[in-house]
Design a protein around this ligand. Structure first.
Ligand code: PMP
Length: 384
């Protein structure tokens, strides 16, 4: 393949070298992590080491990390009425999710549809705290799910404030923190989260691994997957030792990665270049605090699908708001919730950066943008 430049880190990050090495080493082993013999204990050792590494990334206790097949499963495990806290065994009576959540959260998890409510966001994509306060007051034991940072816009949610509101209302807070590690602080205690979902492949581990992390006194009575007693009864099935090993190694790297300032500078350069080439470009969520690596923008008259294909032909991988399973570009529910007009929603292009992105990559993207936009806008003008 000709030279490619990858700008879709929020969809998936490249596998880190350390993760690859840990996975290859784990694949050499034969043992089942639940077996008592030496082979089994060797596999168990790998899983438990990874659990420590993931716990360390978010400042949690290793015993409170449950490995899953990814963040989608972690979200499904978390969103259940059967969560009890130290003081209370009663079921959660209502689920509130912000309107910009990942589809796995918006699905309502294991709550019956009539008990799930969506919470509005502001024009900048921030959870509407006034609406949240009113909503949780309508429930006796609410469960609230708000993401740490949005995968499309990069907008960072005020989780600490949300936690205070939820806890005052006798509620439990779940945070989908998938886009945070290696970019912003994800410590469960600092955030005030009770439950937190992570995905290995967003931080340089393999696809198909993730975790649900709990605060000490939070308990999920009904696991999503029942069977053997693996993962302290929270998730049955033999652990995917190699994937978990890769997750752990990637988490250890993400915990020491501190290049937010470098990433922000690259992202700012990118946005300045886009606005210089197309001053009519709208950058979504620009008024809010955002992840250092993400920009989502649209130019009136340019459809995302056309732009993405044009970029691709120029060797550059960008995406529309999110990677949807069918590979089609769909109108973003995030931008719709932010009140963006439909024509502009159709044009949203996401560029997301990562640890190996450098200035040359950004210049390459800007050169391609100059080339792509002039021909796309000409076409638009001729068609009009
Ligand atoms: N939540 C968010 C915010 C995400 O960006 C993603 C991945 N697109 C997920 C959940 C799902 O993660 P996984 O691919 O591990 O199921």
């Amino acid at each position: 393949m000709a030279e490619r430049t990858y700008f879709d880190w929020n969809a998936t990050a490249p596998l880190r070298e350390e993760a690859r090495a840990a996975m290859v080493a784990a694949l050499e082993l034969t043992g089942n992590a639940s077996s008592v013999h030496g082979e089994g204990r060797a596999a168990r050792h790998i899983v438990e080491e990874a659990r420590e590494q993931v716990a360390n990334l978010v400042g949690a206790e290793a015993r409170n990390v449950t490995f899953t097949s990814g963040a989608t499963e972690a979200n499904m495990l978390a969103l259940t009425p059967s969560i009890s806290t130290a003081g209370e065994k009663a079921r959660r009576d209502r689920l509130f999710v912000s309107a910009i959540e990942h589809p796995s959260v918006r699905s309502g998890g294991r709550f019956p549809a009539e008990l799930v409510e969506e919470l509005p966001v502001t024009g900048d994509g921030l959870a509407d705290l006034h609406a949240l306060r009113k909503a949780v007051a309508r429930a006796e034991r609410p469960l609230v799910s708000v993401m740490l940072a949005n995968n499309e816009t990069g907008v960072i949610e005020p989780i600490r404030e949300i936690a205070d509101i939820v806890h005052t209302a006798n509620g439990v807070l779940h945070v989908d923190a998938v886009q945070g590690p290696g970019r912003i602080d994800c410590r469960i205690g600092d955030l005030g989260a009770d439950l937190m979902s992570l995905s290995a492949h967003k931080l340089g581990g393999p696809q198909g691994a993730g975790a649900l992390i709990r605060r000490d006194d939070i308990h999920i009575a009904e696991p999503l997957i029942k069977g053997g007693g693996q993962e302290r009864g929270q998730r049955a099935g033999s652990e995917n030792v190699a994937a978990i090993a890769g997750f752990g190694a990637a988490a250890a790297m993400a915990a020491i990665q501190a290049d937010a300032a470098r990433m922000t500078a690259l992202r700012d350069r990118l946005e300045a270049g886009i606005q210089a080439a197309t001053p009519q470009a709208v950058i979504f969520g620009a008024g809010a605090l955002r992840l250092p690596n993400t920009t989502l923008f649209a130019v009136p008259g340019i459809k995302a699908e056309t732009a993405i294909i044009a970029f691709d032909l120029n060797g550059i991988a960008v995406s529309s708001g999110s990677a949807c399973s069918s590979g089609k570009v769909q109108a973003s529910h995030v931008l719709r919730a932010m009140g963006v007009e439909p024509a502009l929603v159709q044009g949203a292009v996401r560029v997301s950066l990562g640890w190996s992105t450098c200035e040359t990559d950004v210049e390459r993207l800007l050169n391609a943008w100059n080339k792509v936009t002039s021909s796309l806008l000409n076409k638009h003008a001729n068609a009009a």
